[in-house]
Ligand binder design. Structure first.
Ligand code: NCD
Length: 310
């Protein structure tokens, strides 16, 4: 039995290396069930609440698919329209009530720290599905799974994180994880959207070297992994500031000529203009596979938290 039973997943930093290994290995075993080849009822009778105060396609649907594949059920809302949030209900009250309807709660919210706050109001496990520009730990687990599945290791991989490193929660969580796992990080962003200082300090403290760059062309030939991100328009206090950096990075097929043959291009999706559609047909593109990986990874996590474990 693992130490996952009943646990909250609020930040990737809550998970040890052994925890991450366990999730990845369990996810691998879940793949035949995730694609419908094998059947499982391991979460029969379990109910997951999905409270999405911010838009989501993949995260919410892959949590729902994961529950369904394991014989459990999911209920919830996407956007607070039609719920009592419109009447002014607080997050704390919503969580207190929803805990009586379900066995675990997945929460996405625009406020950093919202999942941690929610966890204070319930004894049921809370899983952070994105809190503002903060963290997105389950996305990181599926990102790690994708790198591990494609590359076999994290150690020594040159991982270029590209785009909005200031507001992008996926890259915040991923940086913390890869700093533990021994990858070499290359941070590529406009000057105004650099990785927050405290995260860079953390990477330094872990004794890892990293590079900061502003042009993708300068680093692409060294990269084993390019992790592209959307400029997080909704987080900009000033729309004019967004306009200055919108469309800063776009991966085109031509740019891949100098890339390593086994470079993989990842993206948490949704993409806007960051990756030209022609790139989809190259062997480098793994972002749709990455999105699928969200299902076995979330199955693994839910089974470890709610079920009997691996
Ligand atoms: C990301 C998010 O919500 O942080 N999406 C996701 O969960 N796959 C990335 C984004 O919105 O740009």
């Amino acid at each position: 039995m693992s130490g996952f039973r009943g646990r909250d997943v609020l930040s990737i930093r809550d998970l040890s290396r052994a925890d991450i290994d366990l999730v990845l290995r369990t996810a691998k075993k879940m793949v035949p069930i995730a694609v419908g080849e094998k059947r499982s009822r391991s979460l029969e009778g379990k109910i997951l609440s999905t409270l999405f105060y911010e838009p989501s396609t993949r995260t919410r649907l892959s949590f729902e698919s994961a529950m369904a594949r394991l014989g459990g059920r999911a209920l919830g809302f996407s956007g607070s329209e039609g719920t009592s949030v419109q009447k002014g209900e607080s997050l704390a009250d919503t969580v207190r009530m929803v805990e009586a309807y379900s066995d675990a709660i997945v929460l996405r919210h625009s406020h950093e720290g919202a999942a941690r706050l929610a966890a204070e109001f319930t004894d049921k496990p809370v899983i952070n599905a994105g809190d503002g520009a903060g963290q997105h730990p389950t996305q990181t687990l599926l990102d790690l799974y994708t790198i591990w599945d494609e590359k076999g290791t994290f150690e020594g991989q040159n991982v270029a994180l590209v785009g909005d490193l200031k507001y992008g929660r996926t890259v915040h969580s991923l940086t913390y994880a890869l700093a533990e796992l021994g990858s070499h990080l290359i941070f590529v962003s406009p000057e105004t959207l650099e990785m927050p200082r405290e995260i860079l300090e953390h990477v330094k403290e872990r004794g890892l070297s990293f590079r900061v760059a502003h042009r993708l062309e300068d680093v692409i030939r060294d990269a084993d992994v390019v992790y592209a991100t959307r400029i997080q328009k909704e987080r900009f206090p000033d729309p004019q500031e967004y306009e200055k950096v919108a469309g800063s990075y776009r991966i085109e097929v031509d740019m891949l000529r100098d890339a390593k043959r086994d470079l993989i291009i990842m993206h948490p999706l949704p993409r806007t203009t960051e990756i030209a559609p022609e790139v989809d047909r190259t062997k480098h593109a793994v972002y749709f596979k990455q999105a699928f990986n969200g299902v076995p990874v979330r199955m693994a996590l839910l089974d470890l938290i709610l079920g009997g474990g691996a």
